[in-house]
Structures are given as C-alpha cells and as structure tokens.
Design a protein around this ligand. Structure first.
Ligand code: ADP
Length: 555
C-alpha cells in the first residue's frame, strides 16, 4: 500500500509538473507576443504617418535589421517592399492582416515559417489614400523556444522529480503510519481517519462474529472430547495428509502416545505393516479392517475414509474396538460345541451298541439285565448332561432373574434330601452349620450352587468322609462354604476346574455321574448374584469351595 501511494503521488506530481511547464510556456509566449504586437503597432503608426506624408521618398531614408515595411495598394498589389522586389511579389489581398486593414483600418496576424522555427508578426494599417502600410518582424517561434529550453526543463524536471520523490515518500509514510498503528482486535478504540469508521465498525462486527464462532467451535470440541474420552473404544481422526487431528484417551493408552502427537503424522504412533496396509487400503477402497493383539487384548481396527459431498478426501476416522471377550467367547463357544458333541456321543454310542446286541439276540440271557442297566444309566447320564447344558445356556443368555429372599436353610435341606441317598451309598456324612442369614438373590441359582458343590464333595470323597455346609458373615461378605475331606485337587489343576468340561480325572468324574459342567454352573450362577467363588484344596486332604456374596445383598 505504501508503494502504491508513493507511485501514484509521484506520477501525479510528474504529470502536474509537465503540464504546468507547458501551460506556463504557452502563456508566456502569448504574453510576450502581445507585447511585441503592441510595440509593432506603435512603430507602424509612425511609419504609416510618414509614408502618408512623404510617399515613396520615405523608403530612401529607411534602414532596419528588425522591421520589414511593405506598402500595398487597395487592390493588394505591392507598391514597395524593403526586402523584396515588388515586381515579383504576388498579390497580398488574401493576407489576413491586409484584408482586415482594408476593411477595418487595422489588422494584425502571425504566421509560422515552413520549418516552424520562426514566427513572423504582421501589423497592417490603412492610410488616407486607401493603401495599406504593413510592418512585420520575425522572432523565434514557440517551438524553437521550447526546444531551446529542453536542457533547462530536464534539469528542472530532475530536481522536481527528486523533490517529488522525497515529498511522496514522506506523505505516503504519514498516511500509512496511522493505519499501521491500527489495533484490529479493538477496532473502535482507534483514533484514526474518520473515513475508516465504517470499515472499523465492520471489522468490529466481524471480530464479534468470529469470536462467537470460535466459542461455538471450542464448545463443540469440548463436547466431542468429552464424548470420545468416555468411549471405551479408541478413536483417531486423521486429516488427508494422515496427520492426527484428534485422538481419544483410549487410543492414546493403546498406542502409548500423549496429546503432543496431535498435528503430527500417524506414523509416530504406529508403523506396523498391517497398519500401513490399512491406511493404503482405506484410501483405495474407502474402508479397511484388521485384528491385532496388544497388551493381551485382541482389537479390531476399523478405518473409514471421510469425504465431503464432492467426494474430496477430508481424512480418515479410525476406530479400535476391544474384541477380546467376543473372540475368546467365540473360541469358547466353538470349543464348547465340540465338547458337547463329544460328551453326547459317548453315552449314545454305548446305548446304541448295547441295544443292537440285545436286538440281535447276541446277549446271553444272564447278561441281559446288566446290558439294560447300562442303557438306563447311559440314558440317565445323557439327561443329566442335557439338563446341565440347558442350565448353562440359560445362564449364558444373561436373562434377568427376579431377585427374591433366599432361605439357605430351606435350600440346604432340600439339597441334602436329594443327595442324602447317594451320600449314604458313598458312606459320606453330610452336616451343616448355617447362621440365620437371608439374602436378596435368586433361590433357584443358590440351589444350583449348593447342589453342585455338595454333590461334588460327596462324589470326590472317600468312604467315611465328611461334608460340611456352612454359612457365616465375614468382613468380605456372606460366605457360603462346602468343605470335604476327600481326594482334593492338585494345585496345577485348581485354576482350570471352573472351565467347561474340565476334569482332573475324567474317568472318575464320569464314573460318579459327573458332566464336567457343575463348577461352571456354580461360577456362572454366583456371578449373576454378584458373588465370587474360590477354592482351597490339598491333594489327598480335601477341598473347600467358598462362595462370597456381597454384604449389600444381605437382608
Ligand atoms: P464334574 O462333573 O466332573 O464333577 P465339575 O465342573 O463339577 O465337573 O468339576 C470339575 C472338576 O473339578 C472335577 O472333574 C473334579 O476333578 C474337580 N472337583 C470338583 N469338586 C471337587 C471336590 N470337591 N474334590 C475334588 N475334586 C473336585
């Protein structure tokens, strides 16, 4: 702007300067010509009077280097001329000054020479006999004068140009200085040119609008951060140059970054080949997905391309979802199905084989009862297994069990009734030590827990063994324990006995009618009521299974 003002001012100065010089020259020329004409006229009056009196004789005494005198009769023919032969001179009636003098008594004119370098001034006057006396003088023309003045004009122009440059610079700086001092953050507080007021008012309004918009954006950003930071899923937003625009705390935790990564390339966080492939794929196909394992968790990374309505690339949105549970439970489900098929197959094969032998009369009469008993016991095992599977799948469905008052004493007595016969057969004594505690829980599930734990305790006890069911309140909560002095569980198996179909000794389990699902049902049922299950056992000495209900569930 400074330069523009300076250049405009300089140009204006130059134009004004040249114009003024030309105008001055023109007026000076007119002024001096007027004065010369005046002088010429004065001289002419004297000459005309003398010629009027003396006629041609006057010319004898005439001598001048400056003036030329021409005497012309009323028809325009030259009577005498002080510089040329009148015989050879053409008629002068068409000369402007002569025509004017003949008509009005006086006339004057000026004419340029062919080369424009000289100008002749003519002054003509009619005398009494009707003839015209003309006086003329030659001087340098205005063009010649101008040409002669060019060197001086150049000097003046250069001096004026320098002066203009200096003044233009100074003026433009003075104009710009207040503009440079403008405080655009508070436009209305500026004390500057009045003409700027509308502009400053508009800037003030725009500032307010921008501030409002920034505030809205900041608010949205905060809301966005609050939402994304509370997400369990990791989320990263990249711009089209793959630089991080936003990253939530879950993603930072997963990739080990902090807020300083914002604005930097995504490769500072992750540069695994799968990740790089995903970035390339998302650009080509618009979406990419892969699984990766980190810190013991299995994650699914989903990358989606973000684009505007004109399909211009705006960036990439990356979502990282923890799929550990899903993947593991899928694996477990697959394993469970395989196990179930295997567990079902064994008794069914046995039933099929025995019944085929019976049908084909290949069994001795004496052995028939044993075969029929085996078919019956295998069928019973199938029913128990199917019942356990149904119980587990009901628990797996995560259905909402209505809470009710749980009476442990009542449940314990019905479990003892159901198992008592079996305990007697195994020569195992059942006893109980229950405090009068009632909880808010699910009666059916508490029954499953006590039944399975007491049933196991009986089945894995030695003849003459003891099983004690107890219920006490402790600092940890309500503790329900089933203690036996049976075969115990080797330490290396204790962590896995709650897994479905996990058995320390399969043949013993099957022999005693176990399905391998009892403890899974116990653990699942307990967790539905917010309880935990733990085991303390020593091989050959016995085991204690304790279910700890939260104290808050006590009535
Ligand atoms: P099962 O039907 O085989 O008893 P469970 O899930 O109830 O299946 O138990 C899993 C395994 O834990 C059993 O096979 C057994 O080896 C062991 N176990 C459970 N309870 C006891 C116990 N009271 N004493 C010794 N071992 C036990």
């Amino acid at each position: 702007m400074n330069k523009t003002i300076f250049r405009s001012m300089l140009l204006a100065c130059c134009v004004v300067m040249v114009f003024s010089l030309l105008v001055t020259l023109f007026f000076l020329n007119s002024y001096f010509m007027g004065m010369e004409m005046e002088t010429l006229r004065g001289q002419l009056e004297m000459v005309a009077r003398s010629i009027g009196q003396s006629g041609l004789d006057w010319f004898d005494s005439f001598s001048s280097d400056v003036y030329r005198v021409t005497w012309i009769d009323s028809t325009g023919d030259v009577i005498w001329d002080t510089e040329s032969d009148e015989e050879t001179m053409e008629n002068h009636l068409d000369r402007e000054e002569v025509a004017m003098a003949l008509q009005a008594g006086y006339g004057e004119a000026s004419r340029l020479s062919d080369t424009l370098s000289q100008e002749t001034l003519y002054s003509a006057m009619r005398i009494d006999d009707g003839s015209v006396v003309r006086l003329s003088m030659t001087r340098q023309s205005v063009f010649r004068l101008t040409l002669g003045m060019i060197p001086y004009m150049i000097v003046v122009l250069i001096a004026a140009l320098l002066l203009c440059t200096f003044i233009s610079k100074w003026v433009s700086r003075r104009i710009i200085e207040p503009l440079n001092r403008l405080n655009l953050d508070k436009p209305l507080e500026n004390d500057t040119y009045e003409e700027l007021s509308p502009l400053l008012t508009r800037i003030e309004n725009q500032n307010r609008q921008i501030e409002g918009q920034i505030e809205t954006i900041r608010k949205r950003q905060k809301e966005f951060s609050a939402i994304t930071d509370n997400m369990r899923e990791g989320m990263i937003i990249l711009n089209s140059a793959d630089e991080i625009v936003s990253i939530n705390s879950s993603a930072m935790k997963l990739f080990g970054g902090n807020s300083s990564v914002i604005g930097r390339g995504i490769l500072v966080l992750e540069r695994s080949p799968e990740f790089m492939n995903a970035l390339t794929e998302v650009k080509e196909k618009g979406r990419s997905e892969y699984f990766f394992e980190r810190n013991g968790f299995i994650n699914r990374l989903i990358a989606n391309r973000i684009h505007d309505d004109d399909n211009r690339d705006l960036g990439t949105c990356i979502l990282i979802v923890d799929e550990t549970e899903k993947v593991l439970s899928e694996g477990m489900r697959r394993e469970f199905s395989a196990n179930v098929s295997h567990e079902l197959k064994t008794p069914l094969h046995s039933i099929l084989a025995s019944s085929e032998l019976l049908m084909n009369n290949l069994v001795k009469e004496a052995d028939k009862p044993a075969f029929i008993a085996r078919i019956h016991s295998e069928a019973e095992r199938l029913v128990t297994l199917i019942e356990d599977i149904i119980r587990l799948s009901q628990l797996d469905e995560g259905q909402d069990f209505p809470k009710e008052e749980v009476d442990f004493a009542e449940i314990a007595s019905s479990v003892f009734d159901a198992i008592g016969k079996n305990a007697q057969e195994h020569q195992v004594t059942l006893s109980q030590d229950l405090d009068d505690i009632r909880i808010q829980g699910v009666q059916r599930l508490v029954y499953e827990i006590i039944f399975n734990l007491v049933d196991n305790a009986v089945r894995y006890s030695k003849p003459g063994g003891h099983v004690v069911l107890s219920l006490h309140k402790s600092q940890r909560g309500i503790e329900l324990a089933v203690k036996d002095d049976g075969i115990g569980i080797p330490a290396e198996h204790q962590a896995r006995i709650f897994e479905r179909f996990y058995r320390v000794d399969s043949s013993h389990s099957r022999q005693t009618g176990g399905t391998g699902l009892g403890l899974s049902i116990v653990k699942h049922a307990a967790s539905v009521m917010g309880a935990t299950v733990e085991v303390a056992s020593r091989e050959g000495e016995g085991s204690t299974f304790t279910v700890v209900f939260p104290a808050s569930s006590m009535l």
